[in-house]
Design a protein. Structure first.
Length: 190
């Protein structure tokens, strides 16, 4: 038991020493090694005078010193050497939402569907072919009606649903006309 405790203490001491050396190793290496200083080499490139590359501002012309030049930034924030700040703005946009809830080429029908995870208002629209009509109902999650039993024909807006995260809609055909190809389309849009 005594040797176990001595071994455990030894492992902890070695571990802590290793951690300290690892953590401070970069500082130790930078102090032990010095970077060689660059030796001057002759240049064959022409050297421009600083005044030739800087533009004089009216204040600088009076004082005789050139105005500092800075690269423009498009990222916003503070440009070094100025007192002006450009706030960073974030613009979010929501693309148009278009859900087809019911589209049918069968008449007569009795159909029910539900919409879940709603995060904003939805406008319910309908489009029926001439000679067709349907009855529509919309309910909340708790069973209360959002839109009572309404008979529709032609095209239009049934209602705008807001303040709910769920609803279910029922459609029943009332009158069936001749060609029932895509005779009804119910959509939810934002």
């Amino acid at each position: 038991m005594k040797s176990f405790v001595v071994g455990l203490v030894t492992v902890l001491v070695i571990g802590l020493a290793g951690f300290a050396v690892f953590r401070n190793g970069q500082n130790l290496l930078s102090r032990l090694t010095t970077s060689p200083s660059p030796s001057p080499t002759p240049s064959t490139l022409p050297i421009e005078s600083p005044q030739a590359t800087r533009e004089m501002t009216p204040d600088a012309k009076r004082s005789g010193s050139p105005a500092p030049t800075y690269k423009p930034t498009t990222k916003g924030g503070v440009v070094k050497g100025t007192n002006t700040t450009t706030p960073i703005s974030i613009t979010t946009s929501t693309s148009r939402l278009f859900l087809t809830l019911v589209k049918s080429s069968t008449c007569p029908i009795s159909y029910m569907t539900e919409v879940k995870d709603i995060t904003g208002p939805l406008t319910l629209k309908y489009a029926l072919k001439d000679g067709f009509s349907a009855r529509l109902n919309v309910w909340r999650k708790d069973g209360n009606e959002l839109v009572p039993n309404t008979t529709v024909s032609g095209s239009g807006t049934l209602a705008t649903i807001s303040g709910v995260d769920y609803f279910k809609i029922r459609i029943e055909s009332a009158d069936c006309g001749g060609d029932d190809t895509d005779w009804v389309k119910i959509t939810a849009e934002r």
